[in-house]
Write a protein that binds this ligand. Structure first.
Ligand SMILES: *[C@@H]1O[C@H](CO)[C@@H](O)[C@H](O)[C@H]1NC(C)=O
Ligand SMILES: *[C@@H]1O[C@H](CO)[C@@H](O)[C@H](O)[C@H]1NC(C)=O
Ligand SMILES: *[C@@H]1O[C@H](CO)[C@@H](O)[C@H](O)[C@H]1NC(C)=O
Ligand SMILES: *[C@@H]1O[C@H](CO)[C@@H](O)[C@H](O)[C@H]1NC(C)=O
Ligand SMILES: *[C@@H]1O[C@H](CO)[C@@H](O)[C@H](O)[C@H]1NC(C)=O
Ligand SMILES: *[C@@H]1O[C@H](CO)[C@@H](O)[C@H](O)[C@H]1NC(C)=O
Ligand SMILES: *[C@@H]1O[C@H](CO)[C@@H](O)[C@H](O)[C@H]1NC(C)=O
Length: 514
């Protein structure tokens, strides 16, 4: 009797043990599923980060060194059509927006030098080629625009001694300098000889000399920039990937009032630290902007090529007066009063010229600035907003529209007779749109892959692991419960009737049933 019981227990415990192993395996699968569920995206990110780091020979590096895109800059000039009437009769100025004058660009990072501390130093080459087909006119088109060197000089002399202003007036008389100039679009952009700058070059002491005798809004830009830019390659610390470490050896400007506002820690607009979320603030830096520009998440978009991107734009209060946006107090070193909302005063980066940047058509500025002129249509965010579309996981810019308007803040100076009738006014000169588009399919395919595959793979791998684990577990538990029931009934049976044969029958039945 006892021996039979033992055999019986042994048999059933072997049977149970088998299913306990299955339980263990299924739990293992479930744990694996949990691990994959939690860490899969981290692994994918690690792989991506490894891929994007700038290092000699990698594909990402090649794309960064010589971007496989053809950026375009479209220039719209505000042609003044009633200059004489405006000056002699005080009429409202009438401007005619002419353009676009389109240049295609070719970019390359030159003189690359990898440093030991995970950075690379380069000089950016930008070459511009006039594109007649995309343009609405020729580079030779003549436009009438405010004389920027002259009006800068007169506006700056506002607080100088009176005799200086009078001296200026007679010099301008001799040189026949007028408040408006007739120049071609090509000259306005790329430079023309300016008598005042030429004079300044000859008379002003060496240290205070302006660097040029020609004046042009993009003078000397069609070349390899002499500025030494050092950016982080992402090796060691991916959170700084693509950010500027130093610009001509400096990490900060000294123009503004706080370290935050002086900081140059920003991207040049091409690559950004990866893992961008809608909460991320991106920063881009351009020397002509005189500061870094913050960009905030606006919306998610699906591009024509199927790549999902985040659209980032400057916040609406980016150039707001400190009364509306106290954070901008740091950009008002000599105020109050500070620059009105919608404008950014770059005079400290422009040899003290009273240049104010804004968005095209005075977007985000008070409407009175626009309606002080005839001929400027109301701003349209679609056409005039600055934006950047970015692949969030990799931090790669997919397309961009950098839209900026250049204005001259003219101050009336009665003592200088040539400009005595030129009132205090913010005069728009031109606006431009620098557009980057059309990454090669090779890259967009990769991005689609990076965006679409990981979530699917994640879901399917965890799904399969969980499914296997759960199915095994259910079967095992079910078997164990059955087995346990049978064991107890068996023990009952062996205890009371003592018919071991029955257990075999039960087992046979069980096997048959399945
Ligand atoms: C700009 O305005 C001037 C003066 O009205 C005119 O002669 C010239 O043709 C205009 N330029 C363009 C490109 O329309
Ligand atoms: C100034 O106004 C007068 C009177 O309306 C007009 O005759 C004259 O042509 C205007 N001057 C200019 C330069 O347009
Ligand atoms: C890295 O090295 C470069 C070149 O030597 C230097 O200009 C830069 O300041 C260094 N950056 C850091 C963060 O040490
Ligand atoms: C810029 O430079 C390139 C080569 O140096 C030249 O071919 C091109 O015409 C220049 N573009 C302009 C707008 O001057
Ligand atoms: C850039 O670096 C080179 C070589 O180190 C130096 O000669 C040049 O002056 C630097 N340029 C600027 C604008 O600092
Ligand atoms: C983003 O910001 C929102 C609101 O401030 C917050 O609720 C959310 O947790 C943040 N998300 C992340 C990923 O930081
Ligand atoms: C721009 O800043 C300069 C000093 O950098 C200041 O003199 C000038 O008044 C400012 N212009 C405006 C319109 O705020």
């Amino acid at each position: 009797m006892k021996g039979r019981e033992k055999i019986c227990a042994k048999l059933s415990s072997a049977f149970l043990r088998k299913w306990w192993i299955v339980v263990a395996i299924s739990v293992l699968f479930i744990i694996l599923g949990v691990i994959v569920a939690i860490f899969f995206m981290t692994w994918v990110k690690l792989v991506i980060h490894h891929q994007i780091v700038l290092k000699e020979g990698s594909q990402a590096f090649g794309w960064w060194k010589k971007p496989p895109v053809t950026p375009r800059i479209s220039i719209y000039v505000y042609n003044v059509t009633n200059a004489d009437d405006f000056l002699s009769n005080g009429s409202k100025p009438i401007v005619d927006e002419v353009g676009p004058y389109v240049y295609t660009e070719s970019w390359e990072r030159k003189n690359l030098q990898f440093n030991d501390n995970g950075t690379v130093t380069y000089n950016l080459q930008k070459l511009y080629f006039f594109n007649e087909e995309l343009s609405a006119g020729l580079e030779d088109d003549v436009v009438v625009v405010p004389n920027i060197p002259m009006l800068s000089a007169t506006s700056q002399s506002k607080h100088a001694a009176r005799f200086l202003r009078l001296a200026m007036a007679s010099i301008m008389d001799i040189l026949k300098i007028k408040p408006f100039v007739e120049v071609s679009v090509g000259q306005l952009v790329w430079g023309y000889e300016d008598p005042l700058l030429k004079l300044a070059k000859d008379v002003v002491p060496k240290e205070q000399k302006l660097p040029y005798e020609e004046f042009g809004l993009m003078y000397n830009k069609n070349r390899t920039s002499p500025d030494n830019v050092t950016v982080f390659t992402g090796a060691g610390d991916i959170t700084k990937f693509g950010l500027i470490d130093t610009y001509n050896g400096q990490t900060h400007y000294s123009h503004w009032l706080t370290e935050e506002c002086n900081s140059l820690s920003a991207s040049d607009g091409s690559i950004f630290p990866p893992n961008i979320t809608p909460n991320t603030t991106l920063y881009i830096f351009d020397k002509d902007l005189c500061r870094r520009l913050p960009l905030k998440f606006q919306k998610e978009i699906e591009r024509k090529d199927g790549v999902v991107a985040y659209r980032f734009s400057p916040p609406l209060n980016v150039f707001a007066n400190p009364n509306e946006n106290p954070d901008n107090m740091c950009f008002c070193p000599y105020g109050p009063p500070c620059t009105p909302s919608g404008f950014f005063n770059v005079s400290l980066c422009q040899f003290d010229s009273p240049v104010l940047l804004s968005f095209p058509h005075f977007y985000l500025a008070d409407d009175t600035y626009r309606t002080a002129f005839d001929g400027i249509s109301p701003p349209d965010p679609e056409k005039h907003r600055f934006y950047l579309d970015i692949q969030p996981m990799m931090g790669t810019a997919l397309s961009a529209r950098a839209r900026v308007q250049i204005n001259l803040a003219v101050s009336q100076v009665i003592d200088i007779k040539q400009v005595a009738t030129f009132p205090d006014i913010v005069f728009p000169i031109l606006w431009f749109e620098e557009a980057v588009d059309g990454l090669p399919e090779e890259i967009t395919n990769l991005m689609r892959l990076a965006n679409d595959v990981p979530p699917v793979a994640h879901a399917s791998i965890t799904g399969i692991l969980f499914a296997i684990g759960i199915i095994l577990l259910v079967i095992a538990v079910w078997r164990l419960v059955r087995g346990a029931n049978r064991l107890s009934s068996l023990q009952l049976a062996t205890g009371h009737i003592g018919q071991p044969q029955q257990s075999k029958d039960v087992q046979m039945n069980n096997v048959n049933r399945h």
